[in-house]
Structures are given as structure tokens and as C-alpha cells.
Design a protein around this ligand. Structure first.
Ligand code: C2O
Ligand code: CU
Length: 558
């Protein structure tokens, strides 16, 4: 086993984009932060030096961290924030994942500027399950908030105001840049150079805080070969739909007439139109053929393969094609006999307004899983579980919503949207086989995609559909042969998705929507997976130092 050390320094710097300079928290003075390159099986010690003005945590999105939730990172779930002026070392152990995963901050909305890629190459002596590409390019999709890292405070204000003033991205970026078509931006448009006739692996990370994205390259097809650090059956596509949190690896052959072509990334919006107020919708980069052709010829634009931003059909037909590679070397292991079955509604709800400043009068907006809006505890769940601290969480997360109704119907009664609030977790025995059907709802007329993300695991998506899940007919359509294996999957607007996993990673693992405003509004829970009988099937003990729990929301650093 190979291990190495990677220092990350967090501090605030001034960054200018779109003609405006703001102060943001970044890693190693760059946006996005540095890429961690490793091989499957490596162990990376990441030492985080927090030189910023407030507490932060980092999370290794897609890294399963077997038996070691202590290094997983989400604030109030597995740790408290690393106080300013202090260090914390994460152990990032790459075991099962291969391809592209990523890292990001995991407290409040700090991940909008604190993120980077993790490239996991095959073990030494192993190869990709496709011909070795001639080159590689990394694409991190990000969002820009012209208000900067004020986000914690803005969000607090927003929550007390009832929800709707929640900060919205000013626009989207590729590798920290807007690209052409945005004022003051075309000098820094990212360029990816290619040689005619060669094939490149593009590793794409959707680090956007709140949107699904469509991605396409003018005149070029892409061959999808991996998602979320797992290989897929190759599919040839003209665009991608990538959920926030997901990563996709695609092969692109430079086989068009040598020139310049736009790679464009655009929001896929599934919200009701009245909530959409974005400024710059499209981020661009240029794929540039090397060689002797006129550089003055403008690239072709727009990409006619980039779907319209409200094109649900394009999104659905893309995700329906996803399959695991399911080869001898990369087998599929969908758990059979299910021991725990859950049916979880993912929903927009409301809860009583704490004061008199809410948009809905007596209510403020909330998001829920099974009608419970998650409340962050003051001590992380992992510590409370390990040390038997009572009163931090309850173990009553329900396997079913409290009432059954026509989830995806129109004109649902507003009283159905009354949500409970709490820190309610689900407990699983070691090695249970779990099936979850996530059911989207149309409560408050606010159905949209919800990219549900699980920490500590990847899961198989064995079924997806629109409307209400049908217990009789839908399970008959499950794909148990080569379903895609992901850590994040979009529950479609007014639809459902069924997933399975084996609970073989003991610890405390966060489950949440990867759209940060939904996560902040409560679309979260945690699964406690109990220890097995042996040491190898039990959680590791905590490291000698964990950051103290003093960064509670009520006592922020000033
Ligand atoms: Cu990408 Cu809980 O995170
Ligand atoms: Cu959501």
C-alpha cells in the first residue's frame, strides 16, 4: 500500500470574476483547489490548515472511507468544524472507487469555493477497461455567488425570512472561469488542447452548488465510461446531464475538422419558472486542435446538441441509458434478499415560522425526508453515538412517510406539507441489505429533481420512473443485472427512484440532497450502521484529536 501526504491551506483571497472583485475562501490560493492524483488502494493523508476566518470541514465525496467515518467530514454528522488557525489531518483511503471523485468543504455553503478533484487511477499493473487515452483533461463545473463567502450569514437570514431570499448563483463556471459570453471573462476562457485523431479522457465534476447541468461539445460526441468512481458500459452521447455531486468520465476523439469548438455547460432547471432568477446561464471552454489552421476563425456557437434548460425529456433519456460496466473484472453485486425496505418521500414542506417575518405568514419553507426536516445537532452524531451522549439525536427515522397520499398529484392539500423537525436517524445492523424507494412529491406545487447523495457507500439504482411508485408493477421492472452504481442520483421531478446497497461499512453516514438550499432546509438524515462481530467489521476508534464542538450556529466566530 502506497501512502502520501497532501497539505491543503485554506484562506481568504480576493478574486475577480465578471468585472467584480470579492473575497472568498479558497484552497492553496486557487479556484478550484488542487487535484489529488492517486491510485486505487492508496492512502492519502490530507492535512488541512484552516487560515480562514471561520470553521470549516472537508469531505471526500465518493470515497467510501471504510470503517473510518472519523475522516468523512460533514459538519454535525461526523465531526465539528476545524477552528480558524488550527489543523486537522484526514485519512483518505481509496479502496473501491476508481475513476474520478472529488473533495469539497462540508459545512454551511462553503463548498461553493472550496472544492477540487480526486483522480483515482487503476492499481499499478492494471489498466482502464478501455484503450488507454492519449491524454486527459479535467473539468470542474462550479457556481459563482457575487456576494462571496457571506453565505453562512445570508443563509441564516434567509431561513428566518422564510426561505425565498436564499442566495442564488450569479452564474456557472468551468475550472473557476465563466468563459466567453460573460463580461470581463473571455481572456481567461479555459482552453483544452487536442491533437487531431487522438482520444482524450475528460473527467467532469459537477461541483455546482444548486443545479443539474447539461454539458456538450460542439460537433463532437462523447463516450461515457464512468460515473461517481465506477465504470459504466460505454454509451455514445451528444450531451450529458450531470447531477450536482456527480462525476462523469467521458472519452472524446478529436475527429472533426481541426479548429476550435465550444464545450458548454448549462443549468438544467427543474424548478417552477418563477423561482428562477439567474444571470449567466452558460459557462464555456474551448477545445482547441493543435496545429496549423487559422486561429482567427471563431468557434461554432451555440452547440446545437446542448438541450434547452427546461428539457426534462433530454434529462430522462440520458439517465435511462446508464448501466454499470458489469464485466468480469468490474462485477456487479446487487444485494438480493432485502432485509430492510424503506419508502422515503423527498419533498418541499413548511414548518411553523419562528417569528413574524416569514413569507408564508405562519410558515417558513422546509425540505424533508419522510416529512421530517433535519435539524443539525450541537455535537456531531458520530461522537454522540460513539460516546453514548444522549439527547443529540433520535433513532426513529421512519421506514414510511407518516401518511400516504397521491404524492405527485396536483392541488395537494397544504396541510399535508406540515412537517416535523428533528435530528432523526436510521439504525441498520451490519450487512443488512437495504432497498430504498425515494418518492418525489408535488407538495406546495414545488416538485423538482433532488440529487440524493449517500456518504460511505455507492448504491445501485435499480429502477427509476415518473409518477407514484407502484408496489406491484414497478419492482418487476427492476434492473438487477447491470444497474448504474453511483453515490448521487437525481430523484426525478414528480417521479421516484429505487436503490439498493449492502450495509457493510460501519459508521455514521450522511444522506442528503446535494442541492445545498434543500440540504440547509432539512432534506437530510443519517444512517448509523452498527458494527459487525469482528474487528474488521467494526468502526475504527477515533483519532487522538478531533476538532472540538464549539462552532455552533449560535456562537459563530466573530
Ligand atoms: Cu458532496 Cu454530503 O456531499
Ligand atoms: Cu433537493
Amino acid at each position: 500500500r502506497f501512502s502520501f501526504f497532501c497539505p491543503l491551506q485554506l484562506r481568504e483571497i480576493n478574486v475577480t470574476r465578471n468585472c467584480t472583485t470579492i473575497t472568498i475562501l479558497v484552497v492553496n490560493d486557487s479556484l478550484p483547489g488542487p487535484t489529488i492524483r492517486a491510485r486505487k488502494g492508496d492512502l492519502v493523508y490530507v492535512k488541512v490548515h484552516n487560515q480562514g476566518p471561520y470553521g470549516v470541514t472537508l469531505h471526500w465525496h465518493g470515497v467510501k472511507q471504510p470503517r473510518n467515518p472519523w475522516s468523512d467530514g460533514p459538519e454535525y454528522i461526523t465531526q465539528c468544524a476545524i477552528p480558524p488557525g488550527t489543523n486537522f489531518t484526514y485519512e483518505v483511503k481509496l479502496t473501491d472507487e476508481e475513476g474520478t471523485v472529488w473533495w469539497h468543504a462540508h459545512n454551511e455553503w462553503t463548498r461553493s469555493t472550496v472544492y477540487g478533484a480526486i483522480v483515482v487511477l487503476p492499481r499499478k499493473g492494471s489498466n482502464f477497461p478501455f484503450s488507454t487515452p492519449d491524454g486527459e483533461h479535467l473539468i470542474l463545473l462550479g457556481s459563482w455567488y457575487k456576494e462571496g463567502t457571506f453565505l453562512n450569514k445570508a443563509l441564516e437570514m434567509d431561513l428566518s425570512a422564510g426561505g425565498y431570499t436564499v442566495p442564488r448563483a450569479t452564474g456557472y463556471m468551468i475550472n473557476g472561469q465563466y468563459g466567453d459570453f460573460v463580461p470581463c471573462s473571455n481572456e481567461t476562457t479555459p482552453h483544452f488542447s487536442v491533437d487531431y485523431g487522438k482520444t482524450y479522457l475528460f473527467r467532469i465534476v459537477n461541483a455546482v452548488v444548486g443545479s443539474e447541468m447539461f454539458v456538450s461539445i460542439a460537433d463532437h460526441n462523447m463516450t461515457l465510461v464512468g460515473i461517481d468512481g465506477a465504470y459504466t458500459k460505454p454509451i455514445v452521447v451528444s450531451y450529458l446531464m450531470i447531477e450536482p455531486g456527480q462525476t462523469m468520465d467521458v472519452l472524446v476523439t478529436a475527429n472533426q475538422s481541426p479548429g476550435r469548438y465550444y464545450l458548454a455547460a448549462q443549468r438544467f432547471s427543474t424548478e417552477n419558472i418563477e423561482f428562477t432568477k439567474f444571470v449567466h446561464e452558460v459557462a464555456t471552454a474551448i477545445i482547441q486542435y493543435k496545429g496549423n489552421f487559422s486561429l482567427t476563425s471563431p468557434p461554432s456557437y451555440p452547440n446545437d446538441t446542448l438541450p434547452y434548460y427546461h428539457d426534462y425529456g433530454a434529462a430522462a433519456s440520458f439517465t435511462q441509458q446508464l448501466r454499470s460496466l458489469a464485466s468480469e473484472e468490474h462485477p456487479v453485486d446487487v444485494p438480493g434478499n432485502v432485509t430492510t425496505r424503506m419508502f422515503i418521500t423527498v419533498s418541499m414542506n413548511h414548518v411553523p415560522c419562528p417569528d413574524d417575518s416569514c413569507d408564508y405568514g405562519d410558515y417558513k419553507i422546509a425540505s424533508t425526508l419522510n416529512n421530517i426536516s433535519w435539524e443539525d445537532p450541537s455535537v456531531d452524531v458520530l461522537q454522540a453515538y460513539y460516546r453514548n451522549i444522549s439527547g443529540v439525536y433520535t433513532m426513529d427515522f421512519p421506514d414510511l412517510p407518516p401518511v400516504m397520499y397521491n404524492f405527485t398529484g396536483d392541488d395537494l392539500s397544504t396541510s399535508l406539507a406540515d412537517a416535523a423537525q428533528g435530528t432523526s436517524v436510521k439504525v441498520l445492523n451490519y450487512n443488512e441489505t437495504v432497498e430504498i424507494v425515494f418518492q418525489g412529491t408535488n407538495l406546495l406545487d414545488q416538485s423538482e429533481y433532488h440529487p440524493m447523495h449517500m456518504h460511505g457507500y455507492s448504491f445501485y439504482v435499480i429502477g427509476v420512473g415518473f409518477g407514484n411508485f407502484d408496489n406491484e408493477t414497478d419492482p418487476q421492472m427492476y434492473n438487477l443485472v447491470d444497474p448504474p452504481k453511483v453515490n448521487t442520483f437525481g430523484i426525478p421531478k414528480r417521479g421516484w427512484a429505487a436503490i439498493r446497497f449492502r450495509a457493510n461499512n460501519p459508521g455514521v453516514w450522511y444522506w442528503h440532497c446535494h442541492i445545498d438550499r434543500h440540504m440547509s432546509w432539512g432534506m437530510d438524515t443519517a444512517f448509523i450502521v452498527k458494527n459487525g462481530d469482528t474487528e474488521e467489521t467494526s468502526m475504527r476508534p477515533p483519532p487522538s484529536y478531533m476538532p472540538p464542538c464549539i462552532t455552533s450556529k449560535d456562537k459563530p466566530y466573530s
